[in-house]
Design a binder for this molecule. Structure first.
Ligand SMILES: Nc1ncnc2c1ncn2[C@@H]1O[C@H](COP(=O)(O)OP(=O)(O)OP(=O)(O)O)[C@@H](O)[C@H]1O
Length: 274
């Protein structure tokens, strides 16, 4: 039995020593409800994210996508429901088990959320310093490797976030999200604020990383191009619930008024005039 096993057993007899990331369902959300005072934002959300897929999550502005994402990563406490990460219930997990689960995911917040007083290198190394005990040399080597992975040159390592373009900030934030070799990545509007070419390149990067690293990706997005080009499946949030989930072909075939307006409306690819 390892030291981790022993410590875990002090907290909870049934706490696992490791997370079984080979399970088919990476994330399972059931009857998730979130209330703010009298406002019910999530009214019983149900969906799965399969291991290795990119799930795009859409919904009208204010529908509750950010609330859902923040609840899934433990920043908001749900009033009801469960979130399972590779079969382990996250919402009721004890502190140490939380860490066990959090070790397996990376998060890219909407605007990158880099630490402005830290260099790119320090930003990418931040999660490693928090969770791993590595030599400074190894930390530097890993930071350089992660940066290369997201298509940035080694010169970027010593830059401050204020010296980076919006696209570079997103890439550094992605490198930081990948720092702990996560199994799951949460992306909050990854292409927002990028020009169409940079957004397309970022989509390709996500797809390439998902394929090469076998990542599971949960992505909140308004970007129809991303939904068409990188998402394996799409889930739609409306009235506090998931009203549809499936591949793009299912979305395009739906006669639900909101889905029709969103995917086949003027701004959708099908409805767009050249
Ligand atoms: N901390 C909070 N306290 C109270 N209400 C909140 C809080 N966070 C979000 N809300 C409310 O929850 C609802 C959903 O907000 P949320 O930001 O999740 O929408 P969204 O779908 O992400 O929208 P957008 O696409 O515009 O980003 C909104 O009515 C918002 O005002």
């Amino acid at each position: 039995m390892s030291i981790t096993d022993n410590v875990l057993s002090l907290f909870d007899d049934e706490a696992p020593a490791t997370l079984d990331i080979s399970q088919d369902i990476a994330l399972r959300v059931r009857n998730l409800q979130v209330n703010f005072k009298r406002q019910k934002v999530l009214k019983g959300v149900n969906f799965d994210v399969k291991r290795g897929e990119i799930l795009g999550f859409v919904g009208a502005s204010g529908a509750g996508k950010s609330v859902l994402l923040r609840t899934m990563i433990g920043l908001i406490q749900p009033s009801e429901g469960t979130i399972e990460v590779f079969g382990q219930e996250f919402s009721r997990a004890k502190e140490l088990r939380d860490q066990l689960i959090e070790r397996h995911w990376g998060i890219l917040f909407q605007h990158g959320a880099l630490f402005s007083a830290l260099t790119v290198r320090q930003n990418v190394q931040f999660p490693m310093r928090e969770y791993l005990k590595l030599s400074p040399r190894l930390l530097d080597e890993i930071a350089a490797a992660k940066l290369k992975m997201v298509g940035l040159p080694p010169e970027a390592l010593n830059k401050m976030p204020s010296e980076l373009s919006g696209g570079m900030i997103k890439r550094v934030a992605l490198a930081r999200a990948l720092a702990l070799d996560p199994a799951i990545v949460f992306l909050d509007e990854p292409t927002s604020g990028l020009d169409p070419i940079s957004a397309g390149e970022f989509d390709n990067l996500i797809r390439t990383l998902q394929r090469t690293l076998g990542l599971t990706v949960f992505m909140v997005t308004h970007d129809l191009d991303s939904l068409h080009s990188v998402c394996d499946r799409i889930a739609v949030l409306a009235d506090g619930k998931v009203i549809a989930a499936g591949p793009m072909s299912t979305m395009l075939a739906s006669e639900h008024p909101w889905l029709k307006a969103y995917f086949r409306g003027k701004r959708g690819r099908v409805g767009a005039t050249m």
